[in-house]
Structures are given as C-alpha cells and as structure tokens.
Write a protein that binds this ligand. Structure first.
Ligand code: SF4
Ligand code: FES
Length: 334
C-alpha cells in the first residue's frame, strides 16, 4: 500500500492505482472530472485532459514537483506523492482551457440534443467553463453518415474520447467503427459505409459522454428531466437483464444500462433489452433509481416531498402510499 496526499487529504491505496482512482477513494468535490477515462474499458483515459492535476511532490524519495500538469487518470501514485486539484489555481485555469478547447467545435445544440440533462460536457462546461469563446475560425463540419437503424451519430458533437471504440473492441464480437483521419480531420466513422450491428452495439450510446451517439428509438421522444428512472430486470439469455427504464407514466421511453456515480456502466446490456423491450409488462420493476450525479435528475429533482410523480397501477414504488413512505430522494442535496 502507498500513501498520498490529495488536496490536503491523506489516502492509502494499492500500488499501481492511478491518481484519479485514489481521489475517487476520497470521493466528493475533490475528485477530478473525467471525460474519456472509463473504468470498465481497458486503455481508456489520457485523451481529453479534463482530469489534469498538479503533482507538487513526486514521492517521498524524490519530492521534486512534476514540471507540468499531469493527466490523473493515467498517472500512477507513488508513496509520499502530494497532489493538488481544487486547491491549485493553475489546475483550475487549465481546466477552463480544456473546456474551451472541447467546445471549439462542439455545436450549441443542447436544446435539441437528446443527451441534454445528462451530458458530461454540459456539466463540465457548467462547472469549469467560461461563457464566451475566443475562437473565430471556421468550425468543423461533416458529411452525415448513417451507422444503422438503432444508433444516431452526430459527429459534430464528438469529443474523440475513444470510449465507443474501446467498447466495440472489448465487448462486441466485431468492431466496424473507429477514429479515422488525423488532427482536426479525425472523425468517428465506419470507413466503407457500414452499419454498427451486433447484439451489444447499443452500449456505445451509454459510454458516449456527449450526444454524439444517441438512441434512435428514443430520439426526440422526451426530455430526460420529464422521465422517471426505475431499476428493473428481466430473465435475459444474453446479458444480466439488469437495466434502468426511463419511464413517463406507464410508458417505457428508453432502456439503458445502470451507471455508478461516476457515470460508468456497471453491467453492459444487450440490444434486445435496450431496443426491443419497451413494454413495462416485460420487466420486473425493482423501484426508483438513485441518480447521484451527471444528470439533471440529480439536481433539485424528486426531493421530498415528492410531487407530480405519476401513479402507475401495479408499479412498485409508484402508488400514493409508496410515494409517501419511500425515502425517495434522488436529489444531490439530500
Ligand atoms: S462518438 Fe462519443 S464515445 Fe465515441 S469518441 Fe466521440 S464522444 Fe467519444
Ligand atoms: S479523463 Fe483523464 S485525460 Fe480524459
């Protein structure tokens, strides 16, 4: 085990742990944001620079500071390391710069984007961005490409985090898409026009931190803040069948994997569960899903007393009695 000090807080972690995961062990406000790192995906991280921190002392043996800010998601801890994140003004200034850079080519189409309300970039720019841009050059545009009947690609929204590429590589049988081109000509594509089509392909939607990959079966159906997330499961021969149903009244509008408090999918789900099971009777509802953060649902929504929650007959957690008696607090400010 090694000890490090992160923002003045001492924490003990296993050797080889990254600075980001050491910070996650502390939890709360000191944890650096991450736009490309994704625990379940091998090789992820090191692309977006959202998680930059200052290493003020490299280790107990060699306490010299590291000359530049480092990406905390790919830098392993050393015994005696001292790391600064929220306590270092240079880190906060650099983070503003990263937001500005990520937004250079990102369209301001949040009002019509299905990811709005649960978009990592929206949250990142809200917390660390500035309201103006200095960018005057022409923005990138792309020929629209169709990647199949289930997934919508909006290349202008992509931040090239590579998560969808690793997901397709690591959890599906054949990857047909990747990042093509170099520099500002890089784009997600299928090279020879091809459709992303295999039983686990829908997971690229869940891992995408922005609205570049969205669910065509949910497209423009509703805003996420009008929906009510419910944990549910079914006997599925292909995946664990443990999902979140995003409901409005008794209608299942969207099915996604369950994510932890860092927005990382806990178990990848199959396309049958995600796209084909939109009838509530095909699911066993477990109860309301607690959304910690990363979604507008966690901000001021569903705080007690819970009002305006639709009463759905036979839906556990949804009768008048249940609503009154459940500690149904999905709010961050609980
Ligand atoms: S499409 Fe989404 S997941 Fe894939 S590289 Fe772009 S931002 Fe990342
Ligand atoms: S999360 Fe560390 S570089 Fe993207």
């Amino acid at each position: 085990m090694v000890k490090i000090t992160f923002d003045g807080i001492e924490v003990e972690v296993e050797e080889g742990t990254t600075i980001l995961n050491a910070a996650r062990k502390i939890g709360g406000e000191v944890v650096p944001p991450a736009m490309c790192y994704y625990t379940p995906l091998k090789g992820s991280g090191g692309k977006c620079r959202a998680c930059l921190v200052k290493v003020a002392a490299g280790s107990a043996k060699d306490p010299r500071p590291m000359p530049k800010l480092v990406a905390s998601c790919v830098t392993p801890v050393q015994d005696g390391m001292v790391v600064e994140n929220t306590t270092n003004p240079d880190v906060l200034a650099a983070r503003k710069g990263v937001v500005e850079m990520l937004l250079i080519n990102h369209p301001l189409d949040c009002p019509i984007c299905d990811q709005a309300g649960e978009c990592d970039l929206q949250n990142f720019s809200y917390e660390h961005g500035t309201s103006a841009t200095r960018y005057e050059e022409e923005r990138r545009t792309f020929e629209k490409i169709d990647i199949g009947p289930l997934i919508q690609l909006h290349m202008t929204r992509c931040i090239l985090c590579y998560r969808c590429v690793y997901t397709a590589d690591q959890i599906t049988e054949k990857r047909v898409h990747g990042v093509l081109g170099r520099g500002d000509a890089s784009e997600i594509g299928t090279y020879i026009e091809n459709v992303i089509d295999n039983e686990f392909s829908g997971n690229v939607i869940d891992v995408c931190p922005v609205g570049a990959l969205t669910d065509k079966t949910f497209r423009f159906k509703n805003r996420v803040w009008f929906t009510k997330p419910m944990d549910a499961h079914r006997d599925c021969p292909t995946c664990s069948g443990k999902v979140v149903l995003w409901m409005r009244g008794n209608d299942v509008l969207r099915v996604t994997g369950r994510k932890d408090k860092y927005g990382e999918v806990q178990e990848f789900i199959c396309n049958t569960c995600r796209f084909d099971k939109k009838d509530v009777n095909e699911w066993t509802i477990e109860g309301p899903r607690h959304i910690d953060q990363g979604s507008v649902i966690s901000a001021n929504h569903y705080e007690l007393p819970v009002l305006n929650v639709p009463v759905v007959p036979n839906l556990p957690g949804s009768t008048e009695e249940d609503i009154k008696s459940t500690p149904f607090n999905l709010g961050r400010h609980a």
